[in-house]
Design a protein around this ligand. Sequence first.
Ligand SMILES: *Cc1c(COP(=O)(O)O)cnc(C)c1O
Length: 362
Amino acid sequence: MTRVINFSAGPATLPLPVLEYAHDEFLDFEGTGMSLIEHSHRGAAYAKVHEETKVLFRELLDIPDTHEVLFMQGGASAQFALVPMNLRAPAQSADYVMTGAWSDKALSEAKITGDAREAGTGKVDGKYTRIPTQSELDLDENAAYAHYTTNNTIMGTQFHYVPQTGEVPLVADMSSDILCRPIDVSKYGLIYAGAQKNLGPAGITILILRKDLADRSPDTLPKIFRYSTILAGDSLQNTIPTFAVYMVRNVLRWVQDLGGASAMERRNREKADLIYGMIDENPDFFRCPVERESRSIMNPVFRLPTEELEKTFIAEAAHAGMVGIKGHRSVGGIRTSIYNAMEPSDVERFVDFAKAFAKGAG
Ligand SMILES: *Cc1c(COP(=O)(O)O)cnc(C)c1O
């Protein structure tokens, strides 16, 4: 078996020990004579997995009692629609900080069912290349909530501060950087994240909801879409994608074994420093379009001198066993997604390759 080094933005690489563990017990889950995915979502075998996953989240992100961990389906994209439908009253508006393609989508979905406005932007000359500072935000103190995207998977930018929104609940799309570092959950009304970037396979969305906000879910919303239903039903109101939750649990155990969220942050900064170091040390060949203070430690992006060279670079990297580095089609260039699971030694290999390529082409 030869596994490649997978820099894909999502679904993304998972820790090899996690895949091997699932592989080993796939046919017979803990001596029950059947696979976990053949067990009832209401049975004892799955119940343990469900509970442990929530407990691990609570421990790893130091989640206070005011908040609950929920699991939903439909990806982060479903939350673009469900956040306003649950948290915004008919007469209210909601604030959106605009920092990339996913913020654009979140805002446009929110506008379908009511009022929503831009509360700041990271656009410079028509491109999202930076994160606005707190003083650049234009917040409405009567907003139902203020929404932002903590890490912009496509643009390669990331918030390195938590916006202050006063009494207005802060809502964060953390799909591509949840658990990449410690966070203060008490500052948030709602955090949501599709699992397939930093937590596990596609199929499950994790929500960390301040429980009092579930009271806002209106009776006019079908029950299955209400946060109040999911909270009251412990995310088991209907059949949950049990395998996805199980894989997330295995990833969380792995994170815990490595030392938790602060260990992840050290590991991620080490990898990001390798890539940004390579870019900054070779300014004639590599160029990062993102403002320095706004650089993502999850999805570093960069350009080569020409698109022709970028094509050759991607092809030669693939030949050397490194895949998934083509930038998103909307922005081009190179993107190296280096989520928690990416090994520092694999990033070193990539950087060695990139430096040799620059030398050869220069
Ligand atoms: C990938 C991504 C999404 C979309 O996630 P789906 O689960 O495919 O809906 C939303 N927001 C961010 C920041 C993402 O990286």
